[in-house]
Design a protein around this ligand. Structure first.
Ligand code: S3P
Length: 423
């Protein structure tokens, strides 16, 4: 769907944002692994989370939805059934990777497939450690999906130092560790989102600058009711929209404020965004609060590089686009990983910024540009990537004449996004 977007006269009031996608996937999977009933409030309605839900149903897990509550009838780690058809992770890397950890420990065979975008994304990063644990997992010759996972009696515990900062790889190994004979350890040098270790109540030790996370194989998981906070990665688009559109004042309630996710707010503050975090509470192990934001006079001169990039990885498209509206420059380095997301996000962002009339330098691991006035509204490509569609959809609220192609892709993480920004 091509969406022609009109400039906005202001965004006011409150907006609801979907439940955090990362926490939603984990709440469903860990609920299914638990013995007993887990009640989840505020589960994300995003298509990616629906993919996890459908895969778990394919494994024989009963999941009911009543109003805003999702009820997972946990089967325990050994209670899943062999699926009758390949499991379909759709567009969702988190579904495919984390579920592979659980499926590697099963005593039946499974195949897990994805859509054309997911089928291009790298899976070697999980195949390698899972094989070290004794899993029978393979992909194509290029280590991409579909993934075939054959029955294993039990897995071996490993100590594994991540060679790239990835919460998905970390979580995959930890979930497989539930099926190992002993203690599995994952060591990360660069911190990444820690929802899995929080939800499973795992022991985390600091080793100098590194974190070591342990999981004991064979343990029982008790069901725990949980409330999913609003997705800060989704909130990022509304925060940016309210800050660049004149005459705006928005409040977003119950947004997740886990420290491994809030680096985006620090960069927004560096851009002189006027935002206020209020009413902070801790709900079931995940902090959350309200964010109030209003039209701001932005300044850029932003340099993102090194370790900080991993903590901002999903927010980079919106940060780059926001920076166009402030005076100064935007430089991103050390972000080659962005080329392996739902699209090659470096190339997608650079292409669209250039179409708007900016001079952009592209690097293998990032890009750089100076902001300028008089941008030209054009047809922009989303590459069927939800975060690219939303970032440039926000730009369209200020730059007349933008059409976003593949606008329906926002459903992957933020159904209702176009209404939320009044497009
Ligand atoms: C996620 C981890 C990140 C992030 C993705 C969700 C997760 O991916 O980009 O949107 O829920 O664990 P990587 O682990 O590949 O960095």
């Amino acid at each position: 769907m091509d969406l022609q977007i009109h400039t906005s006269n202001g965004l006011q009031g409150e907006r609801s944002i979907p439940g955090d996608k990362s926490i939603s996937h984990r709440a469903l999977m860990i609920g299914a692994l638990a013995e007993g009933v887990t009640r989840i409030r505020g589960l994300s309605s995003a298509a990616d989370v629906k993919s996890t839900l459908a895969c778990l149903k394919g494994l024989g897990v009963q999941i009911d939805t009543t109003g805003s509550e999702t009820i997972v009838h946990g089967k325990g780690p050994r209670g899943f059934k062999r699926p009758l058809a390949p499991l379909d992770a759709g567009n969702s890397g988190t579904t495919m990777r984390l579920l592979s950890g659980i499926l590697s420990g099963q005593r039946f065979d499974t195949t897990i497939v994805g859509d054309p975008s997911l089928s291009k994304r790298p899976m070697k990063r999980i195949i390698e450690p899972l094989r070290l644990m004794g899993a029978n997992i393979s992909g194509t010759a290029d280590f991409t999906a579909p993934l075939q996972i054959s029955s294993t009696y039990s897995l071996r515990p490993i100590e594994y130092e991540l060679n790239l900062p990835s919460a998905q790889v970390k979580s995959t190994i930890l979930l497989a560790g539930l099926y190992a004979d002993g203690v599995t350890r994952v060591i990360e040098e660069t911190p990444t989102r820690d929802h899995t270790e929080r939800m499973l109540g795992l022991s985390v030790q600091s080793r100098g600058k590194k974190r070591s996370i342990e999981i004991k194989g064979g343990q029982k998981i008790s069901p725990r009711n949980c409330r999913v906070p609003g997705d800060i990665s989704a909130a990022t688009f509304l925060i940016a929209a309210a800050s660049i559109v004149h005459n705006s004042q928005l409040t977003l309630r119950g947004v997740g404020l886990n420290k491994t996710r809030t680096a985006v707010l620090d960069v927004f503050r560096k851009m002189h965004l006027s935002l206020n975090v209020q009413n902070e509470v801790d709900e079931g192990g995940e902090p959350m609060g309200d964010i109030a934001v209003k039209t701001s006079d932005l300044h850029s001169d932003i340099m993102l590089k090194g370790e900080s990039v991993a903590m901002l990885i999903d927010e980079i498209p919106m940060l780059a686009v926001t920076s166009m509206f402030g005076e100064g420059s935007f430089t991103l380095r050390d972000a080659a990983e962005l080329r392996h997301k739902e699209s090659d996000r470096i190339s997608a962002i650079v292409h669209n910024l250039r179409r708007l009339g900016l001079q952009v330098e592209e690097y293998p691991d990032g890009f750089a540009f100076e902001s300028k006035k008089d941008l030209i509204g054009r047809e922009l490509e989303s590459y069927n990537d939800h975060r690219i569609a939303m970032a440039f959809g926000v730009a369209a609220l200020r730059i007349p004449g933008i059409t976003v192609r593949g606008a329906e892709s926002v459903d992957i993480s933020f159904p209702g996004f176009w209404d939320a920004i009044g497009a």
